[in-house]
Ligand binder design. Sequence first.
Ligand SMILES: *[C@@H]1O[C@H](CO)[C@@H](O)[C@H](O)[C@H]1NC(C)=O
Ligand SMILES: *[C@@H]1O[C@H](CO)[C@@H](O)[C@H](O)[C@H]1NC(C)=O
Length: 191
Amino acid sequence: MARKLFTFLSSLTLIFLLTSLATAKPTGFSRTLSPSTLGLRKEKLTHLRFYFHDIVSGRKPSAVKVAEALMTNTSSTGFGLVYMADDPLTTGPKRRSKLVGKAQGIYASASQDELGFLMVFNFVFTEGKYNGSYLSLLGRNTAFSTVREMPIVGGSGLFRFAHGFAQAKTYTFDPKTGDAVVEYNVYVFHY
Ligand SMILES: *[C@@H]1O[C@H](CO)[C@@H](O)[C@H](O)[C@H]1NC(C)=O
Ligand SMILES: *[C@@H]1O[C@H](CO)[C@@H](O)[C@H](O)[C@H]1NC(C)=O
């Protein structure tokens, strides 16, 4: 008797399970995948070091002012100022050292109390195995601090799924022209 009841209950459970499986329909726009489907194996950590040349002076600047607020010129931090950059990235601090990519993006004065830029950049690489891949940075740059840390929030190509951080350290800054060379050390996890 007990055994029959057990069999009966087991069948009920099975029927219940099958029904719930049948009703757990895919929603049509998402599915779960194994990482190997995208060829992803082991996550690795990469360190990149390059120099960022922000040239705002001369006949061929790499960064240009695109906007400012009416009150920007009365703010000690240039609050409201927006620059668009296509800044060379090189292996050494000299402008003529080997070009490895460009930093394409926007920096904008977003702080009224100290110099603090909102940084929205793609580091677009054009050399070696990273040619064609880029890293995306979104962060806060208090440009007068010795070292500024900014998050790397993603990337493309070899940098798909990238996450990490960048440390920026001013190498030279010319207060007369506004030109700057900044050393970047970038640490990223990616596949
Ligand atoms: C700030 O710039 C505005 C134009 O945007 C100009 O009219 C004004 O005189 C400037 N003020 C100062 C203090 O330079
Ligand atoms: C980088 O890739 C582009 C496009 O595929 C190619 O034209 C260029 O020669 C490559 N540069 C280097 C240095 O490999």
